[in-house]
Design a protein around this ligand. Structure first.
Ligand code: FUB
Length: 360
C-alpha cells in the first residue's frame, strides 16, 4: 500500500538513514517514492519487527518486537535479537498516521524473564487486553508469558510466572467465536527441537540438537485453547500437522515448505488458514484446514522472501478487506534491525491466497 506524504524522503535528506532511530514516541507517515520496495516502513523512529495486528476499538493495533542495536555477537541461536521491551502502535485508518504509544512492557518488569523479548501478540476479552510474549527464563530457556492491561496500548502488567505448559517462541492468538487459541513454536533459536513429548530433553543446546532427519516428519507448531482467564492453557497442547497434497506430513528436509517459526491463524469463508515462516528458505507459507486443530494441507506462499533473513507476518481483516503485516530491513540493511510494513492481501475464489511480492 502506498502512502501519500513524502516523509521518508525528508528524513533521508536529513541524513536519517545513516543514524540510529531516536527512541521518542511520535507519529509516523511514510512514502515509498522511488523505492525498490513495494511498501514503505510504517515506523521509522525505532526499529520494529514481527508485527501482530488486530482490530480493537475500531482501530488497527500493532504489537511488534522492538529491535535494538546490541553488543551480542550473531549466532544461529539468534542471540543478536536481544530485545528488551515492547511498544504498541495504532492506526485509525490504513495508510494514515501510525501512533507509537510508547513502552508497553519491559524486560526488567517481568519477574521470570532474563533476556530476548521476541515476537509478541495480543488479544481482547471482556474489555481486558492480554499481551502474549516469549522470553528466556533465568535458565536461558524460552517460555511464553502473558501481561494484562485495561487498554489495548498498555501498559501491561506481567503475570509473575510463565504460562504453565508453554515452551519455545512466537505466541499468537486466534479467536474463533468465544474460543481463544494460543499457537506457538520455532526451531533453531526458538528451541522447539529440544523437546520430545513436550518435555525438554537434557543436553540439547545447539540449533541442530534434536532436529529430525530430512526424511522424518518436520516439527510443527503447537496450539492449545486458552482458559476463561486467558492466562492459562485449558488443554494439553496439540501439534498442528501440516500435510502435502498426498496427505503425507511435510518432511524435515523439505525446507521450502516445512514450518520454522511465526505461526499465525486466520479464518476466511469457513476455512482455517495456518501461515508460517519457512526460516532458512525465507517464505511465509500457508496451509488450510476445516478445523483449527488441523490437519492442514499445504497450499502455497503468502509472502516471498523479504530483504533480511527473517520473515514474520500477521493477517487481519479490517473494514471488509484483508491485510498482511510483515517486516524487512529497508531502513538499516541489518538482519536484526527491522521495520514493519503492510499491504493488502487477496483471497482468491478457489480458497488460495494471492502471493505478495515485497519488492517492485
Ligand atoms: O524477532 C525475533 C525472532 O525473529 C522472532 O521471534 C522470529 O519469528 C523471527 O522474526
Amino acid at each position: 500500500m502506498r502512502q501519500s506524504i513524502p516523509y521518508l524522503s525528508l528524513l533521508l535528506l536529513a541524513g536519517f538513514a545513516c543514524s540510529q532511530p531516536k527512541e521518542t514516541a511520535q507519529t509516523t507517515e511514510a512514502d515509498s517514492t522511488a523505492s525498490k520496495f513495494a511498501n514503505p516502513p510504517l515506523v521509522q523512529h525505532i526499529y520494529t519487527a514481527d508485527p501482530s495486528a488486530h482490530v480493537f476499538e475500531g482501530k488497527i493495533y500493532i504489537y511488534p518486537s522492538h529491535d535494538i542495536e546490541s553488543e551480542v555477537t550473531e549466532d544461529d541461536m539468534g542471540s543478536h535479537f536481544d530485545m528488551r521491551d515492547y511498544h504498541v502502535f495504532s492506526m485509525e485508518q490504513l495508510g494514515g498516521k501510525v501512533t507509537d504509544h510508547g513502552v508497553a512492557l519491559k524486560l526488567e518488569d517481568i519477574p521470570w524473564a532474563s533476556r530476548q523479548l521476541w515476537a509478541p501478540d495480543a488479544a481482547e476479552k471482556n474489555g481486558k487486553y492480554y499481551l502474549y510474549f516469549p522470553a528466556k527464563d533465568k535458565q536461558d530457556i524460552f517460555k511464553l508469558g502473558v501481561a494484562i492491561s485495561d487498554r489495548p496500548e498498555g501498559p501491561f502488567t506481567p503475570e509473575p510466572q510463565p504460562i504453565k505448559g508453554t515452551f519455545s517462541i512466537d505466541p499468537s492468538v486466534f479467536q474463533d467465536g468465544e474460543d481463544y487459541y494460543l499457537l506457538w513454536g520455532g526451531i533453531w533459536g526458538g528451541q522447539l527441537q529440544w523437546y520430545e513429548n513436550q518435555k525438554l530433553v537434557e543436553g540439547r543446546k545447539g540449533p541442530a540438537d534434536g532436529l529430525p532427519e530430512p526424511e522424518q516428519k518436520a516439527l510443527v507448531p503447537y496450539m492449545a485453547k486458552l482458559s476463561n482467564s486467558m492466562t492459562e492453557l485449558a488443554e494439553k497442547p496439540r501439534e498442528l500437522m501440516i500435510l502435502d497434497k498426498n496427505a503425507e506430513p511435510i518432511k524435515a528436509g523439505d525446507n521450502a515448505r516445512r514450518f520454522f517459526e511465526a505461526a499465525w491463524m486466520h479464518k476466511n469463508n469457513g476455512k482455517y488458514y495456518l501461515s508460517y515462516s519457512t526460516g532458512d528458505t525465507h517464505f511465509i507459507a500457508y496451509a488450510v484446514s476445516d478445523s483449527p486443530y488441523g490437519p492442514f494441507t499445504y497450499r502455497g506462499i503468502v509472502l516471498e522472501p523479504v530483504e533480511g533473513w527473517t520473515n514474520h507476518h500477521s493477517i487481519v481483516e479490517f473494514e471488509g478487506k484483508w491485510y498482511l503485516f510483515y517486516h524487512d530491513t529497508e531502513l538499516s540493511g541489518k538482519t536484526q534491525l527491522r521495520n514493519i510494513k503492510m499491504t493488502e492481501l487477496t483471497h482468491l475464489s478457489d480458497g488460495k491466497i494471492q502471493t505478495v511480492k515485497p519488492m517492485k
